[in-house]
Design a protein around this ligand. Structure first.
Ligand code: SAM
Length: 205
């Protein structure tokens, strides 16, 4: 997975590559899908949700340029796999998920794996996690109609955010760098994420 799907496609951050080589992705997918866990695609995790494609996890993580001392907010815990990668690379991870069954499942897996630097919250991540702001990095792993205002305001000075933005079923991965009150934005690759559903996201269908 790391050599063929990540390094060969241009993932260069050795810390990201090492974390993805180390975290056992198969533990984060339902047992029936375990043989496919390292394939080049997202997989269903139940409740109509998915664990993202490994390359997408890598490219989003690489953008945050984590050195080990950061506080990172993730919106969309899902399986907990991305949270594990972030926990390997930063000081503290705050992860929010709206489906409580997924919060419970992912918390159990991550606790069993021994992660002590992840805090979980069940709720609407379009509002961020104000009590713990500001964050050096914010990663949104569901597709948003636009960047939620609260997430911008919870980004630290010099902080980076990566978020898929666009129509409900196809988005562009947006990279954002905060410099004072200015937000430098760059569109990168096209992508397809499940919708970010919440007060400042999509309405439930
Ligand atoms: N990062 C996940 C992983 O590693 O498995 C993949 C996340 S999945 C593509 C997107 C997740 O975002 C789903 O679990 C979905 O329930 C969640 N989600 C959607 N809207 C949300 C919201 N407003 N707040 C928190 N989580 C949300």
């Amino acid at each position: 997975m790391v050599e063929e799907q990540l390094r060969r496609r241009g993932i260069r951050d050795e810390r990201v590559l090492a974390a993805m080589a180390m975290v056992p992705r198969h533990l984060f997918v339902p047992s029936g899908s375990q043989p496919e866990s390292y394939e080049d695609r997202p997989l269903p995790i139940g409740d109509g949700q998915t664990i993202s494609q490994p390359y997408m996890v890598a490219i989003m993580t690489q953008y945050l340029d984590l050195k080990g001392e950061e506080r990172v907010l993730e919106i969309g815990t899902g399986s907990g796999y991305q949270a594990a990668i972030l926990a390997e690379l930063s000081k503290m991870v705050f992860t929010v998920e709206r489906i409580s069954a997924l919060v419970q499942k992912s918390e159990r897996i991550l606790t069993d794996l021994g992660y002590k630097n992840i805090r979980f919250q069940s709720g609407d991540g379009t509002k961020g996690w104000a009590e713990e702001a500001p964050f050096d990095g914010i990663i949104v792993t569901a597709g948003a109609p636009e960047v939620p205002k609260a997430l911008r305001s919870q980004l630290a000075e010099g902080g980076k955010m990566v978020i898929p933005v666009g129509p409900r079923y196809s988005q562009t991965l947006l990279k954002i760098l905060r410099e004072g009150d200015h937000f430098e934005e760059e569109d990168t690759t096209g992508c397809v994420f499940v919708p970010l559903v919440g007060e400042f996201g999509w309405k439930e269908e």
